[in-house]
Ligand binder design. Structure first.
Ligand code: FO1
Length: 322
């Protein structure tokens, strides 16, 4: 069994690769960040869960990576004409997901259950779970004040400088049942930290009480793929945020951020010269030594995803048998 930790687009792509690289897709559980979730227009919106669900069901919008493919925008246009809030782009097909999820959550179902059922209905062959069924909300601390995540990310286009981040609700949140069970499963073969934004996507997952300790203590190898390649983020604001927080923008800084949690780190070919230093730096960590491997990590095509996933699984297997 493989447990993948993922946020938005980069994480979803590797999860899709893992699903196709595994003999049995049901052996994959993707645990997804819910810090980006929010209530909008009275609806429960879970952007990263939906990005993973649409990607794994072949429905992701190929241009944006988020939202539904083949989307129409009648609802949003009509809303705009009425003077409603149209800054967060909800397409007509996507809207059905939010309406149905909101109805079921209001009827008392957990986010885990609704997610599993919607994913199954869309034909996702692997398992998807939220990191928690309890609300966790990412708040971005900026010179303009504290901004709820989507205000920062979409409405303000990530323009305000990030001074800090906090994950409201995280201290009281419990891991989702599937997440907790996977971390304790003796059949767990590996944990893959996907190339998602470490600050916005992976940190909220690590902020759920018990997750860090379970990762540091689990018998299976924990492997991360760097989302920073050649000193730049593959997608999104990770590099900008690292600069604003005074952190060097490099794959080495990502490895340092996960120190004590990893057995293996996957670097892009571009960053081969960093491999030795990352390996020796990690030798001091709790799960020492940190092994480093170099691959082509940029996923442009479906074949890229499957190839990278197969290499990551092979790397994890190697560390498992050590
Ligand atoms: N991202 C945007 O940049 N602009 C949008 O209007 C937008 C709408 C949207 C609607 C549904 C959904 O599931 C995701 C959406 N996203 C949008 C992405 C979202 O903000 C994610 O939180 C980020 O991609 C970070 O993972």
């Amino acid at each position: 069994m493989i447990l993948a930790l993922a946020g938005g687009v980069g994480g979803a792509k590797l999860a899709a690769g893992l699903e196709s690289a595994l003999d049995r897709p049901q052996d994959l559980l993707t645990v997804v960040n819910t810090g980006d979730d929010f209530e909008h227009l009275g609806l429960s919106i879970c952007p990263d869960l939906d990005t993973v669900m649409y990607t794994l069901s072949g429905r992701a919008n190929p241009e944006t990576g988020w939202g539904h493919a083949g989307e129409s925008w009648n609802f949003l246009e009509a809303l705009g004409a009425l003077g409603g809030e149209d800054w967060f782009r909800l397409g007509d097909r996507d809207l059905a997901t939010h309406v149905e999820r909101t109805r079921r959550l209001r009827a008392g179902e957990t986010l885990s259950r609704v997610t599993a059922d919607l994913a199954a209905r869309l034909g996702v062959p692997s398992r998807i779970a939220p990191m928690s069924d309890d609300p966790v909300r990412t708040v971005v601390e900026t010179p303009d004040g504290d901004l709820p995540f989507q205000e920062y990310f979409v409405r303000r286009r990530c323009e305000p400088a990030v001074r800090g981040l906090r994950f409201e609700g995280a201290p009281a949140a419990r891991m989702s049942a599937a997440f907790e069970a996977a971390l304790a499963d003796p059949g767990l073969d590996g944990v893959v930290v996907c190339p998602s934004n470490p600050y916005l996507s992976i940190d909220p997952i690590l902020a759920v009480p018990g997750v860090r300790a379970a990762l540091a203590g689990c018998a299976a190898p924990v492997v991360a793929v760097s989302p920073i390649v050649g000193g730049r983020a593959i997608k999104g604001p990770a590099a900008k945020i690292m600069e604003e927080l005074g952190v060097e923008v490099s794959a080495a800084a990502v490895a340092a951020r996960y120190r004590g949690l990893l057995d293996g780190f996957v670097l892009d070919e571009t960053d081969r010269p960093l491999a030795a230093a990352i390996g020796s730096e990690g030798a001091a960590g709790a799960r020492a030594p940190l092994r480093v491997t170099v691959e082509q990590t940029i996923m442009r095509t479906g074949e890229d995803r499957t190839r990278l996933a197969a290499q990551v699984l092979g790397f994890a297997r190697l560390l498992h048998d050590r």
